[in-house]
Design a protein around this ligand. Structure first.
Ligand code: ZN
Ligand code: ZN
Ligand code: FE
Length: 760
């Protein structure tokens, strides 16, 4: 007989770990106990040596799907002669700094139960257990117990109470459990709040969807808008009402076979779809997919997802066709979570509202992932991923990072972990700014944190930067301004635990640099709190500043003006002569024409010059379509894109732009121009990496959402012997800026010197 004491750290609370341990121990005839601890889970197990060893191996091997084990420590202790295995109450200090669980999609057992006639929860939309269901979206405060969740208003019935108290049941201490007798109920209402009396709520919603209507559904983390994905008119109506003319919609399918019929589906993509996080996964759409073309116009990819809750499953089962599923908001505003707010703000979009009486504490959008150049890559990190923390090698000061301006998130370092909030969206609108403030208050309160530093972007006009200034002043703590692309690279280094200096290729949209220009085509040598600008694109001007984001032709004119002066205009397509005069005037005098080195704008310019797109419906559209244009065009000669001498070295795009104009004049197809442009960037990455000579290369910034570019650079640099690091759990885009800011501020604190005035 032996006895072991085991400590398990990671995401092990709120995911069904204690019932799992109990069952694993009792199945092997072991005695002992398990309980929640301050940093995770503690247990002791006693029995025959073989059984104990097998049990310890099973802890990580057979763990519940949503559990994440960071550390597991096993020590031999003296046998105590226990007679049974028990689940002990949490020790009083058990929950000082617990990990906050993410929301989990319906598990197989619960899914089975809701489709089994005669089961207690047959067709019950709010079925869940220790292995699935809402978590982050219903937790009001910690420790995580039902009275501190929005389930507190529903008193457990005797049958649910018995499940909750039975250690052998998968609903043992499952905080959000409910059943038709005691839990939340559905209602179908119109925008004015009147109940739709025609039929039961689910049936009524189904009929409306089949008739081509838009139904707003109160989901897990907020309202979602549903419409029949096979009904082109219905989808167009949703686009018009939502004022979203072209940005792709995601589609929810009933099951994996339905997805495989519409898209190419690899095993790792299927695994991501069916995982507890159940994100939207970007897949290659089949040409004959039976969905409306206007769901993702001119886009070979389709964002697909499986039902995330029993409510979604029931809807999909009834309509028997894929449904467009998009955030319940107007344009780029935050997600609606309260019924009254949704009925008000979505009144002109949705025909009906399928609602329920379980409040949502905070808006959490659907996450978006893709199988990228090096495995799974998160592009929008929200439901199922947030707020799972990132473990750091050691403790850091408590730092709050406020992020950037678009694809905003907030990050908070607590002890040796960083929690990054869910994707909050754009901060331009008042609602976005309010959500940012609420999220900061929420995280600080949940973790009982007292930030010692506040970090923000160098850009003084970002809503997040101004809020950071106010917070730092009111808390009386230092404000750390972190250069945008330094933050991009730092986030990726932190994610991979990369401590030694690395070369970061930060290819991005614009972010303010230390010289006051808009950077974004940068090669940075990053050594934790410090960085050195090794190379960047030759600067050019963007006539009209921000407006250039929606008008790639403006970036093209900015480039050509450097080469051709006033003769630039005729080479830019879809540019009205009157506009050309105004824009050339701006460029000539440097008025309202910020100087940039952003790679994202070079993509825009090439897209416009290649005839792919002169004006964009959403940020990044031109660059995306340029990428897609090159599909199937491989092994092409790269355009010349020479790297100059000195530090920082200039990447001169002039020969490339001239070659694009020549190709264009000779009628070379845009796909070929795009492929040669991509090939030039791959060569550039290699030339920079070889010149710097560091073994570790980090690729970060919005341009690395481009899979063609990312794959090719990853392959080339790996073949040359470099180790290439890509963002995986955090997005390559500005969703990771808050994390990078926190890391840089923490490193500065660690080094104990002020390097905020980086010479660049
Ligand atoms: Zn379940
Ligand atoms: Zn019940
Ligand atoms: Fe960025």
């Amino acid at each position: 007989m032996i006895r072991v004491a085991v400590r398990v750290e990671g995401v092990v609370q709120g995911v069904g770990f204690r019932p799992f341990v109990y069952q694993a121990a009792t199945a092997r005839g072991l005695a002992g106990w398990v309980c929640n601890r301050r940093d995770g889970l503690g247990l002791e197990a006693e029995g025959p040596e073989d059984a104990v060893r097998d049990f310890v191996a099973a802890l990580s091997r057979d763990r519940p799907p949503a559990a994440r084990i960071e550390r597991i420590a096993v020590t031999r202790v003296r046998p105590a002669g226990d007679q049974c295995f028990r689940i002990l109450p949490s020790v009083p200090d058990a929950v000082v700094r617990p990990t906050l669980p993410a929301d989990l999609a319906t598990c197989d057992a619960c899914a089975e139960e809701t489709v089994s006639p005669g089961a207690r929860r047959y067709r019950y939309p709010f079925t869940n257990c220790t292995r699935c269901g809402p978590r982050y979206t219903l937790i009001e405060s910690l420790p995580y117990d039902r009275p501190r969740t929005t389930m507190k208003q529903f008193t457990l019935c005797p049958a649910c109470e018995a499940e909750y108290a039975d250690p052998a049941d998968r609903r043992f201490h499952a905080q959000p459990i409910a059943c038709p007798a005691c839990g939340p109920t559905l209602r179908l209402v119109t925008a004015d709040g009147a109940a739709k009396s025609c039929s039961e709520p689910l049936g009524g919603a189904t009929q409306a969807l089949l008739a081509g209507q838009v139904v707003a559904v109160k989901g897990l983390g907020g309202f979602q808008l549903f419409v029949d994905a096979t009904h082109a008119d219905a989808v167009s109506r949703l686009r018009a009402r939502k004022r979203r003319p072209e940005k792709p919609f995601a589609v929810m399918f009933a099951d994996l076979p339905a997805i495989a019929a519409a898209c190419a589906l690899a095993p790792d993509e299927a695994a991501a779809l069916a995982s507890p996080a159940a994100p939207i996964v970007l897949l290659r759409r089949r040409i004959d997919a039976a969905i409306a073309e206007c769901i993702a116009p001119r886009n070979p990819w389709l964002g697909v997802m499986l039902p995330t809750t029993p409510l979604h499953r029931l809807i999909l089962e009834e309509v028997r066709r894929p449904l467009v599923c998009t955030s319940g908001n107007l344009a780029e505003e935050p997600l609606c979570i309260a019924e009254e707010e949704a009925r008000g703000r979505l009144a002109a979009i949705a025909d009906l509202f399928l609602v329920h009486d379980r409040p949502i504490v905070r808006p959490v959008d659907d996450s978006v992932v893709r199988v990228g150049a090096a495995g799974l890559q998160v592009l929008r990190r929200a439901r199922g991923f947030a707020p799972i923390p990132l473990s750091l090698p050691g403790p850091v000061p408590c730092v709050l990072g406020l992020g950037a301006q678009l694809k905003s998130t907030v990050a908070l370092a607590v002890s040796r972990e960083v929690v990054v909030s869910q994707h909050l969206g754009d901060l331009h609108a008042a609602a976005g700014a309010l959500l940012l403030e609420r999220t900061v208050a929420d995280l600080v309160r949940l973790f009982d944190a007292q930030p010692a530093r506040v970090a923000c972007d160098l850009h003084p006009d970002y809503v997040s930067s101004r809020f950071a200034e106010r917070l730092a002043a009111s808390w009386g703590v230092p404000l750390e301004r972190v250069q945008h692309h330094h933050a991009h690279v730092a986030a990726c280094m932190a994610e991979h635990g990369l401590a030694r200096p690395a070369l970061g290729l930060a290819w991005d949209g614009a972010g303010l640099g230390t010289d006051g220009t808009l950077w974004g085509g940068e090669a940075l040598l990053v050594d934790r709190a410090r960085f050195r600008r090794i190379a960047h694109l030759r600067p050019f001007r963007l006539p009209g500043g921000e407006r250039a984001l929606r008008e790639p032709r403006r970036a093209a004119l900015g480039l050509l003006h450097v080469l051709l002066g006033d003769d630039a205009a005729p080479h830019v397509r879809e540019l009205a002569p009157a506009d050309a005069v105004v824009l050339l005037g701006m460029l000539a005098h440097g008025v309202n024409s910020p100087v940039t080195t952003a790679m994202g704008r070079l993509f825009d310019a090439v897209a416009a010059l290649a005839g792919v797109r002169a004006a964009a419906g959403f940020e990044g559209q031109a660059a995306m379509e340029l990428e897609f244009a090159a599909d199937g065009v491989d092994d092409v000669p790269p355009y010349p894109l020479p790297l100059g001498l000195g530090t920082p070295a200039l990447v001169d795009w002039a020969p490339l732009v001239r070659a694009v104009l020549e190709d264009r004049a000779r009628g070379v197809p845009s796909g070929m121009i795009s492929a040669r442009f991509h090939a030039a960037l791959v060569d550039l990455a290699e030339v920079v990496a070889l010149r710097v000579g560091l073994p570790d290369i980090v690729l970060a910034g919005g341009c690395f959402q481009n899979l063609r570019l990312t794959r090719a650079i990853h392959a080339r640099l790996s073949a040359r012997g470099f180790t290439v690091y890509l963002p995986t759990r955090y997005p390559p885009n500005d969703g990771a800026i808050a994390l990078g800011q926190v890391m840089v501020a923490a490193w500065r604190a660690e080094e104990g010197r002020d390097v905020s005035r980086n010479p660049g």
